[in-house]
Design a protein around this ligand. Structure first.
Ligand SMILES: C[S@@+](CC[C@H](N)C(=O)[O-])C[C@H]1O[C@@H](n2cnc3c(N)ncnc32)[C@H](O)[C@@H]1O
Length: 273
């Protein structure tokens, strides 16, 4: 079921790239368990930037918000009702929901701080799953962005720090390790399966590859391909007598990927009064 909001919707990148999303993007059960635990005892849940509905808890009363018509059209028929709106202008009264969640979406919002304030306005609890791009060394710890796709750093320019996001949500952060066999094909998901990045359908389901542009993408993929199936770090390639399984193990040690959950429980009802 789709519901329209009154606010005009911003142009959304996912109307251009969204049809490739379902090929590799799905619920990762271990991450879902963390998100659902963070929702606590919430009975009514607003899922903002809901996409195709991954991570919507099956045992709660969910309302989805999604600005992209392409993404809304790909939601399963039995999925929660979906409102065509954006995070920065949620068409709901204050404290309409027990909890609001936002998964792998905040970095797409034109104004993440305003959006998180909106989540906090309409819900008692806020749960956000995102990445910590301002952690010192984050770019360097992922071999893909460090050695093959330095252009990723440009995508982070002007984005708010994690501390600012947490402040806007009124919450605290906790790390979430990305399993080496992560079922949801987001950008970092294949950190220990480098060969996955050679597949166009894996890249097309991740906005980063479109945002860096075709020249950077092709150069990165070509360099990965040249390094063989495991694409270890250049330094590790030199250290390994036999690239292959050993190189994968080395990458695994070198790239402890983490993303974060920001969660809050608003106890003081007058913060934004
Ligand atoms: C990477 S997808 C994540 C979808 C879903 N949450 C998931 O985990 O599969 C990002 C989603 O954020 C949506 N989005 C982009 N700008 C938004 C905004 N301002 N407010 C709410 N959602 C937005 C996109 O249309 C897209 O569906």
């Amino acid at each position: 079921m789709e519901i329209s909001a009154q606010e005009p919707l911003p142009a959304v990148h996912y109307d251009v790239i969204g049809s490739a999303y379902p090929a590799t993007r799905r619920t990762e059960p271990r991450i879902a368990a963390r998100i659902w635990a963070a929702l606590g005892d919430a009975r009514t849940v607003l899922n903002v930037g809901a996409g195709t509905g991954s991570y919507e808890p099956p045992d709660r009363d969910v309302t989805a918000v999604e600005p992209s018509a392409v993404m809304r059209a790909q939601r399963p028929a039995a999925a929660a009702p979906c409102v065509a709106a954006a995070a920065e202008h949620l068409p709901f009264a204050d404290r309409s929901f027990d909890a609001a969640m936002a998964v792998s979406t905040v970095h797409h919002w034109p104004d993440p701080v305003a959006g998180l304030r909106e989540l906090r306005r309409v819900a008692r609890r806020v749960v956000v799953f995102t990445y910590d791009a301002d952690e010192p060394g984050w770019l360097d710890r992922f071999w893909l962005t460090r050695d093959y796709l330095p252009e990723f750093a440009g995508l982070l320019t002007g984005r708010p720090a994690l501390a600012d996001l947490a402040h806007a949500a009124g919450g605290r952060t906790e790390p979430v390790p990305i399993p080496w066999d992560c079922a949801d094909g987001f950008f970092e998901a294949h950190w220990r399966r480098p060969e996955a990045y050679l597949h166009p359908h894996v890249r097309r389901a991740v906005s980063v590859w479109t945002r860096v542009g075709p020249a950077a993408e092709q150069r990165a993929v070509q360099a990965l391909r040249m390094r063989g199936p495991c694409a270890p770090r250049p330094a590790e390639t030199r250290d390994q007598a036999r690239p292959g399984r050993a190189a994968i193990k080395s990458s695994a040690r070198a790239v402890p990927m983490l993303v974060v959950i920001i969660s809050s429980l608003r106890r003081v009802a007058t913060i934004y009064a």
